[in-house]
Design a binder for this molecule. Structure first.
Ligand code: PHB
Length: 385
């Protein structure tokens, strides 16, 4: 066969493949909590993802988006079965999820084994962009280390010397506290006690009594969703608000302020989003989100929106053909994601390199105080890519 004919046949084949892809729906497996302490976080992620897809006319790179949903209940014990259902029974092309680090690690394991593209839209487990990192795994959110590490410096600069930490005993809590401790102790502070409750337990009374007896200069905490609402209310009810300042990773007060009311007023947290960024990009996002869902967006909504933007960046690099795995990954690696939080790129291990804001609760909003850590990159310890 001569060269010209070979080339002609090859380009005809390529044209045919892209036509087939353009006609095929792209199945997105959404694995999120619809029940339990993180249920509202799952809704916000899904809403954010759908908003971006709607803005693109329901299609990404010519492929109509179809959703297949699973309620993962934030239960790591059910995670492998749930993700296998999506991949093997429903044949999803892409996995998007989830909130809970333990569930997300099970998803990452299966994604890595099967090569299914996976975009983590919340869970901050260090392992996912550390030892488990892979060409097909990306995160649109944060690593648990990032807000914790940024807060260690803030609390040290406030002049606090002795801090008690309190969190759920699982990857997210452990890693958030470890990040905090790393920078706080580097700056001369000391974590004098690390308190824990099992996830998703919200019986805080005994530990609040212990904090009162220990009399630290401040408390650092990681809680989220329903657990965060209860913790902030219990902290105030125990009379600790005035005597011992409470700091946290920003999940403590994100998507929770309606329920926390005045008990959250004044709390300082660190996170990659704030309700008052006042950039044209964020204002447009907030308006569109409120219009479509009759809800105020939060950090989870942003992460869902950006998961869809990352998928779009990858798909655009391969014209909708997900079989071109290396080019799909390179498309996201090279992208500058125009996020409502501010533009970001991903690190070598596929985690957002982003500003971590210092925020303060004022009424029903996490008001911007400043930037706690500029362009903070997770170190990606243990990732070989
Ligand atoms: C996590 O499990 O990684 C996690 C859960 C809820 C959050 C943040 C992190 O708000």
């Amino acid at each position: 066969m001569n060269t010209i004919r070979t080339l002609a046949l090859a380009s005809a084949a390529l044209f045919a493949t892209s036509l087939v892809h353009a006609q095929n729906k792209l199945k997105v497996g959404l694995m999120l909590p619809a029940t339990g302490t993180f249920a509202s976080l799952g809704t916000a992620i899904e809403n954010g993802f759908r908003l971006y897809v709607t803005e693109q006319g329901g299609k990404l790179s010519g492929r109509e988006i179809e959703f297949v949903k699973v309620d993962d209940e934030s239960d790591p014990a059910k995670a492998t079965d749930n993700v296998n259902k999506l991949i093997k029974r429903d044949n999803v092309d892409v996995l998007v999820g989830t909130v809970h680090s333990g569930v997300a690690m099970a998803m990452a394991k299966v994604a890595k084994e099967t090569g299914t593209p996976f975009i983590v839209a919340n869970a901050g487990a260090g392992a996912i962009t550390g030892p488990m990192c892979a060409q097909n795994i990306f995160r649109s959110s944060f690593s648990n280390w990032q807000p914790g590490y940024a807060m260690g410096d803030v609390v040290a600069k406030k002049g606090h010397k002795k801090v008690v930490t309190i969190t759920w005993k699982y990857a997210a809590g452990d890693e958030s506290v470890a990040g905090f401790k790393e920078s706080f102790e580097k700056a001369g502070g000391q974590v004098v006690k690390e308190l824990n409750v099992p996830f998703p337990n919200v019986e805080f009374q005994a530990l609040l009594t212990e904090i009162a007896a220990t009399k630290p200069d401040a408390v650092y905490t990681f809680f989220a969703g329903g657990g965060a609402v209860k913790f902030v209310k219990d902290y105030a009810a125990a009379g600790l608000r005035k005597s011992i300042p409470l700091y946290g990773a920003g999940f403590l007060t994100d998507g929770t302020l309606e329920a926390q009311g005045a008990d959250a007023d004044g709390i300082l947290t660190t996170l990659h989003y704030s309700d008052q960024l006042n950039t044209p990009r964020d204002s447009a996002f907030r308006l569109a989100y409120a219009k479509q869902f009759k809800l105020q967006p939060d950090v989870y909504a942003v992460q869902g929106y950006d998961a869809a933007q990352m998928l779009a960046a990858g798909l655009s690099a391969v014209k909708g053909d997900l079989s071109r795995k290396a080019e799909f990954a390179a498309g996201i690696e090279k992208a500058r994601i125009d996020s409502p939080r501010g533009p970001f790129t991903v690190s070598r291990s596929h985690n957002p390199v982003q500003d971590i804001y210092l925020r303060q609760v004022t009424g029903k909003e996490n008001k911007l105080v400043g930037i706690a850590s500029k362009s903070l990159a997770d170190p990606g310890r243990g990732c070989r890519l």
